[in-house]
Design a protein around this ligand. Sequence first.
Ligand code: ADP
Ligand code: MG
Length: 339
Amino acid sequence: MNRIQVLPKAVAEKIAAGEVVERPASVVKELLENAIDAGAAALTLEIQNGGVRFIRVTDDGSGIPAEDVATAFLRHATSKVHTDGDLEAIGTLGFRGEALASVTAVSKVELITRTADELEGTRIALAGGEVLEQGPAGCPQGTTILVRDLFYNTPARMKFLKKDVTEGNAVRAVAERLALSHPEISLKFIKDGREELHTPGDGKLLSAVHAVLGRDFARDLLPVDYALGSVRITGFVLKPVSARANRNMQFFFLNGRLVKSRTAMAALEQAYKGSIMVGRFPGCVLHIALPPALVDVNVHPAKTEVRFADEHAVFEAVYYAVKNTIAEKDTRPALRLPG
Ligand code: ADP
Ligand code: MG
């Protein structure tokens, strides 16, 4: 029998990284969430080769102070949670302090950052979890992070990556969801040198929907604004006459985060029952706002499923919000698109 030994740090890091970083889209999700948490007003995401070769996120957020830059890449290092009491009311997208450590363990990373108080920024370069260089650098306020050669040191992971087109589409899906969840942020997505998406960041959900999901979809929507108990539902649902051939156009956000909720989906379909033909499906972009105490957010970072303390209350709120909207407003004229 083999002796039992504690894993060398480098091996343990690669295993832990695998939990957070599955493919380029998971890296992009973490980097965009960090930029949003940093209070950015504008983000640019660039990828090449589906994100496998190159991912760059530039934000105009808070930046990281020079003395904290290296610490940001350590596992469980975070500025967002300090005590276990903080875990009870998380107001940021990230809080585990694992993303940068994980990404750095399986790629080559360069980060340039400056806070508003600093005259000079900082540049750091890492590969395979090790710091290669760190020093001062001139840069605007905010952060740019470049991730190259994902999984260069974990060939087994590399083999599971799909074609660049498929990985690129998964990245786009992440960018779209974050754009829809934050209409106040302008997001630009550039793929292999071509601009694929650019949201205005004017704070209007309909503008983001228009930019991300297209003019035709945005035109066929009805506005929703409904509250039941402590649950508030806002956003848009598709007119029954414009019902779709699949469920691809159903987006639910909970307190600003894209989520999957069987309860919300079931309530949506139930509300359309009798208004659309069999084999046709509703579409929606619905934001569900709930007191944080009624949601279990401390779930796995890569998973989007949520649990509600009161599933029934959420079902009812979504059901009546949608039902009332489509019942009374189906004959109203098309929405006026901003811009
Ligand atoms: P988490 O987001 O869970 O705190 P991360 O590993 O993603 O953990 O990031 C570690 C820390 O690095 C963050 O808590 C934050 O202080 C800092 N950070 C990361 N990205 C940015 C960014 N784009 N702008 C400002 N600070 C950042
Ligand atoms: Mg993070």
